[in-house]
Design a protein around this ligand. Structure first.
Ligand code: NAD
Length: 484
């Protein structure tokens, strides 16, 4: 009998060693619906003892999981893909309810999230080593790829399904057991995925999920545990930096998917319709609460005014409201504090000389809604350019020459995504090479794909998820010197 995601049956306990259990100290925390502020349910809040129990459950289950035939591991992952796909509407509804995003954003997230299981199922039988004769001829050099061991996964609230599966799928494919600590705002999707994975045949203890109201001590206890060998984190640069310090003490392998401040460059020769469409997608997917959201729209002088007008017209037409209404294109932000932050940011930006073309004012509730907003005359030095916005505000900056555009784009410590719109292919590639970013979209606003390596440079992170690269974050190279 499949686990039901109906409100009364939502998984709300810790999932450790294949069993659902309350927190050892009995504590719980509330999960709210950002569209109306109502409490959806209460979830068990893991203590540090629970977190350690989860790492130890993973440690016990790891060797057996690592030793089963690659094809068998792949089959379990394929069943996970099918199970998620079959339950996509239910999962999308859960995401809408605890995260607030629009139905379309939630549905596309579930499809993207499920795809990681299929992609890495296909990767399991292809994990390969190599053998060579040593240059001196005295031995063979044999190289194996082995599972790195118990992995602690920490994920953010903005993609509660995809950020979890982007880590769980390659870890399981590599043969590693995991403990997932989901974001406190969105634990329900992670717990539902745990239930689905158990149904798909993931053995007890291979996937454990420990939501916690206060993440710091729980994550610290897991990172310090001698059985933990890997920390894979997605979240803000600030928290990632502090976890790197903790990981250093236990010499953990780390993957860090951190914050972004993506530039979107539009050149005079760009097809304006495609550039506006791409900018809307890059800015407004997930209501702007995406690490690869276009954060700084850098537009060449010749088309600046027309681009601003057309972008504002496109953004103000987007219906905004509760995600359960499938007509809405912009859902709620994660909470009221995020709405207040958008309002403050617009005030600061206007004080520094920006002009509001559309939006710029929240309607005061109920629900955490903020309208799509376009700001022009956002000059270098304007505070909105120096941070990740994480909301539906598009600040436009003007540039004249290609060199100036590149310099403006690279004027940030972040380097996750970037976007270029131009009809000149050689310029597109030249600029793409010059951008300090892990990913570049050329004439398109949507870049995420499970088959592509996702990740950043500079303060946006370390390592890659997805692609053929993602599985190597969970593999360790072993060299065997052999005479035969
Ligand atoms: P966050 O850093 O506040 O939280 C991320 C996770 O860390 C959550 O599970 C949270 O509970 C936990 N956490 C918070 N404080 C902690 C602490 N002191 N010790 C241990 N764990 C702690 O980030 P968020 O607000 O959930 O997500 C938004 C951020 O995530 C943005 O900066 C966004 O750019 C980034 N993000 C990056 C990517 C990427 O792939 N690069 C993808 C999605 C989101």
């Amino acid at each position: 009998m499949p686990h039901s995601f109906a409100p009364a049956n939502l998984a709300h306990q810790l999932f450790i060693g294949g069993a659902w259990r309350d927190a050892s100290d009995g504590s719980v925390f509330e999960v709210r619906d950002p569209a109306n502020g109502e409490v959806i349910t209460q979830v068990a809040s893991a203590s540090t003892e629970d977190a350690i129990a989860a790492v130890e459950a993973a440690e016990s289950a790891g060797p057996q999981w690592a030793s089963i035939a690659p094809r068998e591991r792949a089959t379990v992952l394929l069943r996970a893909f099918s199970a998620m796909t079959a339950r996509s509407d239910e999962l999308a509804e859960l995401i809408v309810r605890e995260n607030g995003k629009s139905w379309a954003d939630a549905a596309s997230e579930v499809a993207y999230a499920a795809e990681f299981f299929r992609w890495y199922a296909e990767g399991v039988p292809r994990i390969a080593g190599h053998v060579q004769i040593a240059p001196g001829g005295d031995k063979r050099i044999m190289v194996l790829q082995q599972p790195i061991g118990t992995a602690v996964l920490v994920t953010p609230w903005n993609f509660p399904a995809a950020m979890a599966t982007r880590k769980i799928a390659p870890a399981l494919a590599a043969g590693c057991p995991v403990v997932l600590k989901p974001a406190s705002d969105t634990p329900l999707t992670a717990l539902a995925i745990a239930a689905l994975l158990a149904e798909a045949g993931v053995p007890d203890g291979v996937v454990n999920v420990v939501p916690a109201r206060r993440s710091g001590p729980v994550v610290a206890a897991m990172i310090a545990h001698p059985a933990t060998r890997k920390l894979s984190f997605t979240g803000s640069t600030e928290v990632g930096r502090s976890l790197l310090h903790g990981a250093a003490d236990n010499i953990l392998s780390v993957s860090m998917e951190l914050g972004g401040n993506a530039p979107l460059l539009v050149f005079d020769d760009a097809d304006l319709g495609s550039a506006v469409e791409g900018a809307v997608i890059a800015k407004m997917r997930n209501g702007g609460q995406s690490c690869i959201a276009a954060n700084r729209l850098i537009v060449q002088a010749g088309i600046y005014t027309e681009f601003a007008e057309r972008l504002a017209a496109a953004m103000e037409q987007m219906p905004i409201g509760p995600g359960m209404d499938r007509q809405m294109q912009v859902g709620a932000m994660i909470n009221e504090a995020a709405v207040d932050e958008m309002a403050d940011l617009v005030t600061q930006s206007v004080d520094a000389g920006a002009h509001i073309v559309t939006g710029g004012k929240a309607d005061g509730g109920p629900g955490a809604f903020y309208p799509p907003t376009v700001l022009t005359d956002v000059e270098p030095g304007n505070p909105i350019l120096d941070r990740e916005i994480f909301g539906p505000i598009a600040p436009l900056t003007k540039f004249d020459t290609e060199e100036q555009g590149i310099a403006l784009a690279n004027a940030t410590p972040f380097g996750l995504a970037s976007y270029v719109f131009t009809a000149d292919l050689s310029r597109a590639l030249r600029v793409a090479e010059a951008l300090d970013a892990g990913m570049v979209g050329i004439n398109r606003g949507l870049i995420s794909d499970p088959a592509a390596p996702f990740g950043g440079v500079k303060h946006s992170g370390l390592g890659r998820e997805g692609g053929s690269e993602g599985i190597h974050e969970f593999l360790e190279t072993k060299y065997i010197a052999v005479d035969w």
